[in-house]
Design a protein around this ligand. Sequence first.
Ligand code: PLP
Length: 203
Amino acid sequence: MDNTWATALGFRALDAGVDYCVQALTKYVGGHSDLLMGAVSTRDVAAYHALRDTAELLGYYVAPDECFLALRGLPTLALRLERQYASALRIATFLQSHAAISQVNYPPRPGDTYHHLWQRDFKLGNGLLSFTLRQNDMQAIENFVAALQLFTLGNSWGGVHSLVAVAPQRATSSGWLLRLHVGVEQADDLLADLAQALTVLEG
Ligand SMILES: *Cc1c(COP(=O)(O)O)cnc(C)c1O
């Protein structure tokens, strides 16, 4: 399974019976938006050798500079995630209660449709959540995104800065999904930024 969202701190994939756990270290482990690297882990020796042989055959190696960046990020992973989780929980709760918003997707939030599954299997939340607005007008959504000061446009999440991304919803044919990556900025500032941008949207 791909455990990039939770990291090993949030979900113990191998303990849950997963054979191979894949993680984009680019995201939370690197943590500073300047690393491209991935990891596959397994605890089965035969599976490890099969993986190792395949990686060697394909010529997959990691450069020392990338290892340096991953090792720089790793010691602060828990600190960053705890902060990002706490801020994202406040933001998800705020968004859920806002009249302009129809749905918030963030399983660590009590009240989320999938909170019971998250609670059963996960030890820690993170800073990634998405939501849909009641209105679907693209111009209004563009105005909202442009009004945000602390959430800048970006796709590769996991760093210390907050990001926003807009994507068509995959589940339904209409509507736009907005994704937030909550960084390590002050949660009060992030909440104020979202609140003022939502005022622009409603205006
Ligand atoms: C970003 C991402 C990847 C790919 O990571 P890269 O290092 O950017 O190639 C894989 N899985 C998930 C869930 C991701 O978010």
